[in-house]
Design a protein around this ligand. Structure first.
Ligand code: ATP
Ligand code: MG
Length: 476
């Protein structure tokens, strides 16, 4: 974005020849340049002008250039400083950079070098302004998501950009990173926000009733279908249908889903009439969808239909200060819900929260804090009240069979798979969920990483076609 008014540059340079030379180099650029010929004059200009960039000679007669830098930093003046030094003064450059200078120029330098360095400095300055203003505007959260770190701001920007379109948003991320909250944010930011947001968990619902959950059914369609019932597709009409854990959808249903996503047409189970749905899809998974496609467990054509606007929810550990911001938010909510007085963390609790790796992300943070709030009393929540249960640190299990709801039948004999197959699937799932990180996967599975490597080698051997002897060495 081009700023409308020219950038202001303060040049602090005692040599009139060099000052003139710099001005001639910058002639024709859209800058307002003000010149101070001494350190003292320079300080007055800095105070008055709030410049976007400063060209600071380090060899001034009255005040040391480093002292001026120190002053800029003490005042919290937001500007990009380029220090200028003679070759002999090069060792001061290191100190200048430590004091926050953006870049340096060694005399003599040419016009191009000056122009480019200055342009970079200004760009940096504008970027910072942008980040700061974004940060300030998200201090109270973005549609329910708390956090101002750079990776979560990137998520906010994608949500904003995608919200108004019908394009499917595909959210990936580890368990507990806020995928569902993100899906809701997409809905709330969209023109469909007045219509329903309907989440449907493709992993938790047994496949026998999944189809009717999504498309509905008519009376008598199957045993137990006592009356007509709308499915999620109809309930979400005009709004957003959120397919959670989409990679776990039964393969048979994936074929029906493909047609539905493509045409937005569907039939209730047991009915031949076609219905049209006006819905926007948002999907989420904690698996690596590409790996699921590679394993043949997620249809490639469906993947390409759904994977239009990807959003990756960053791990909580990669969000800097956000863990603490979210923790404060959760503490407030939880204390209210539990009728407790807790209003803040002690310093040691804050340090503990900031230092944790949070493998279960926000959900784990939430559980840990709820437990502390329930078990203790007071205004300040301290570190000793917080217990981080190692059991609770592993994300939600990936390959664990979905809990059978009461009344659901036991699986039929034909659905039982050999244990070795189940084991392989569990291990591959865990690796996919850990984005290929075998050590992390092994930790989740509570087995030794070497076991995983050994088993994988075995499977690769079994799967490889038998080579024709003698073994030809392939060129890469
Ligand atoms: N940035 C955030 N700010 C505030 N609360 C958050 C944030 N992210 C997640 N939460 C809260 O953490 C919990 C977990 O979030 P959510 O259910 O959206 O995560 P998920 O990625 O879908 O997890 P899972 O993979 O376990 O389904 C929710 O209660 C949610 O409200
Ligand atoms: Mg979820």
């Amino acid at each position: 974005m081009m700023p409308s008014s020219p950038d202001t540059i303060v040049m602090i340079e005692d040599s009139p020849t060099e000052a003139r030379l710099n001005l001639s180099y910058l002639h024709g650029e859209n800058y307002r340049i003000v010149h101070g010929a001494t350190g003292r004059a320079g300080l007055r200009l800095l105070e008055r002008e709030q410049p976007d960039a400063v060209l600071l000679d380090l060899g001034l007669p009255d005040i040391g250039g480093l002292d001026i830098l120190q002053w800029i930093s003490d005042q919290g003046l937001e500007t990009s400083v380029i220090v200028v030094t003679a070759a002999a003064g090069i060792d001061t450059v290191v100190s200048a950079m430590r004091l926050g200078a953006f870049d340096y120029l060694v005399k003599p330098f040419g016009a191009d070098r000056l122009r480019i360095t200055l342009r970079n400095a200004l760009e940096h300055r504008h970027m910072n302004t942008l980040v700061d203003s974004y940060r300030a505007s998200f201090e109270d959260g973005f549609l329910g998501l708390i956090g101002t770190s750079a990776p979560i701001q990137a998520v906010y920007r994608t949500i904003e950009a995608a919200a108004s379109s019908m394009a499917t948003v595909f959210i990936t991320g580890e368990s507990g990173t806020g995928k569902e909250l993100c899906a809701e944010a997409v809905h709330r930011a969209s023109p469909r926000c007045q219509a329903p947001f309907v989440p449907i968990n493709c992993a938790a619902i047994p496949k026998e009733i999944m189809e009717s959950e999504i498309f509905g059914h008519v009376k008598g369609a199957f045993t137990g279908a006592a009356s007509d019932r709308k499915g999620a597709a109809e309930v979400a009409h005009g709004g957003t249908l959120f397919l959670d854990e989409v990679c776990d959808m039964d393969l048979g249903l994936q074929a029906k889903m493909l047609r539905f996503v493509h045409s937005r047409r569907f039939q209730r189970v047991g009915e031949s009439r076609e219905r049209q749905a006006d819905i926007r899809f948002v999907c989420a998974t904690n698996k690596d969808p590409a790996a699921m496609v590679a394993q043949g467990r997620f249809r490639e054509d469906l993947y390409y239909r759904l994977h239009v606007i990807p959003i990756h929810m960053p791990r909580l550990a990669d969000r800097g200060d956000d863990a603490l911001k979210i923790a404060r938010h959760i503490l407030g909510l939880t204390a209210d819900q539990e009728g407790k007085r807790f209003s803040a963390f002690s310093a040691d609790a804050e340090a503990l929260i900031a230092d944790q790796p949070w493998p279960g992300n926000v959900r784990q943070l939430q559980n840990v804090l709820r437990k502390a709030v329930v078990l203790h009393d007071g205004e300040l929540l301290s570190a000793e009240m917080i217990t981080i249960d190692p059991q609770a640190t592993s994300p939600i299990p990936f390959a664990a069979p979905s809990p059978r709801p009461p009344g659901a039948r036991h699986p039929a004999a034909r659905d039982i798979r050999p244990l070795s197959e189940v084991e392989q699937a569990a291990i591959e799932d865990a690796i996919a969920a850990c984005a290929g990180n075998v050590t992390a996967a092994a930790r989740l599975l509570d087995i030794n990483p070497s076991t995983v490597y050994r088993k994988r080698q075995g499977w690769a051997r079994d799967a490889a076609p038998q080579p024709d002897p003698p073994l030809a060495k392939k060129n890469p």
